[in-house]
Design a protein around this ligand. Structure first.
Ligand code: TMP
Length: 390
């Protein structure tokens, strides 16, 4: 059942080099599956249409993410003695660089990004995650005690194949750790910008546990973490009567039911809040511009692409974006074609308001821009509702 229409959207991580570049567009409709509660985008794209040799996203680009993966690595090393580890979607090696190179293997289909991992000495296969690949890996490397995947599984259309392939090479006593944005946090924050062509699914505990059931996999523990504006890290094992559920699992289940994540009406109410958010956001930008103030964007994120295209915000409102990623600089925001420039520290002499495209790194950004804030520089965020900060 479709409950939300976010309009005509371009591919989020394909940054045009020129304003005249032609872009592929698709209608971003969001679906609630009444049977299993899975939330997904209606039009699903194959991985090879998106994750290619010039993919611009680097996980190491923020201190926050580096720190989060370092902490998790330490935890894994302490908790699990055997750690022959496989990572699905290892990006630039931000997580695997913390492990012994001999006992770890990364999968990363984007060759430009895989190269960054390889430069760190990590063993990487430049491949898409498929059942065939898992068999090839099993023949060469055997099974793994730990399989990790962050913000990747939800990007792959065929979840049955994903988990069948995982089952194929996970030790019977091994652990699967996955983390992805939390549907409950998305709903609470009105974070409709978590939806774009790459985020095919947004999991809740309720929906993921149903998908895993089919594959004889069980969530035994979970943690709510701050990553990407609120995610859940799930600890999953092959189903076995001896495995005990942690209280955090039961707590999350209760919370999600209490917040109606299994009911269509919850998403219909969410849709109304999203439409209100759009109105408020556009009015806020109009008001600021009518006062002759200058607005720029901070963080040329895929999320911002959804917001700008849904709200139809062009360079009439936001002059340009700053981003620290070299692959994004001197290009344009997809669809709305707002220029992206190399980041420099914010100064009141060239900006009055900065729209937080990377709202999920708000704390890191505010810390970095404390002089701008002291000089009465302002930010704009649409999360949880459009407002000026501070
Ligand atoms: P994400 O929200 O999809 O992880 O993307 C974050 C983007 O924001 C990425 O392109 C890097 C950019 N960024 C900055 O430009 N400055 C910053 O201080 C931070 C934390 C991120």
């Amino acid at each position: 059942m479709i409950f939300l229409d976010l309009g005509l959207q371009p591919f989020a991580n394909e940054y045009p080099k020129n304003t005249k570049d032609k872009e592929k567009k698709y209608r971003l409709l969001i679906d609630f599956n009444k049977k299993n509660g899975v939330i997904s985008i209606k039009k699903k794209f194959q991985s090879n249409k998106i994750f290619k040799k010039d993919y611009p996203y680097r996980s190491s680009i923020s201190k926050t993410m580096k720190e989060s993966f370092r902490k998790l690595s330490n935890k894994i090393k302490h908790k699990f003695r055997k750690n022959k580890i496989l990572e699905i979607g290892c990006n630039d090696g931000v997580f695997l660089k913390n492990f012994n190179r001999k006992n770890s293997l990364g999968i990363e289909p984007c060759s430009n990004i895989a190269k960054l991992s390889k430069r760190k000495g990590i063993n990487v296969l430049t491949e898409y995650w498929t059942y065939n690949l898992s068999s090839k890996i099993k023949r060469k490397y055997g099974k793994f005690n730990i399989i990790f995947s962050a913000n990747t599984i939800t990007h792959i259309q065929n979840l049955d194949e994903v988990f069948k392939a995982i089952n194929n090479i996970l030790d019977d006593d091994g652990i699967l750790i996955i983390q992805d944005p939390s549907l409950l946090e998305l709903i609470k924050n009105n974070a409709y910008d978590q939806f774009y062509n790459e985020h095919i699914y947004v999991f809740s505990y309720l929906s993921l546990s149903k998908i895993l059931d089919k594959h004889n996999l069980k969530i035994l523990d979970l943690e709510n973490i701050k990553d990407h504006g609120g995610s859940i890290r799930y600890y999953i094992k092959k189903n076995n009567d001896k495995n005990k559920l942690s209280t955090s699992v039961l707590k999350q289940k209760k919370l999600e039911i209490k917040n109606g994540l299994n009911k269509l009406e919850t998403f219909i109410k969410f849709k109304k809040r999203v439409e209100n958010s759009k109105k408020k956001f556009v009015n806020l930008l109009k008001k600021i511009k009518s006062d002759n103030k200058k607005i720029i964007g901070y963080g040329a994120t895929a999320k911002a692409v959804t917001v700008l295209n849904y709200c139809k915000i062009s360079s009439k409102y936001v002059d340009y974006f700053f981003d620290t990623t070299p692959e994004k600089q001197n290009k344009f925001m997809p669809g709305v074609k707002i220029p992206i420039k190399k980041y420099k520290k914010l100064k009141r002499k060239f900006v009055d308001f900065a729209f937080l495209g990377a709202w999920n790194f708000k704390e890191e950004i505010f810390f970095k821009e404390n002089n701008y804030i002291k000089d009465k520089g302002k930010f704009i965020s649409h999360i949880p509702f459009p407002k000026i900060i501070p």
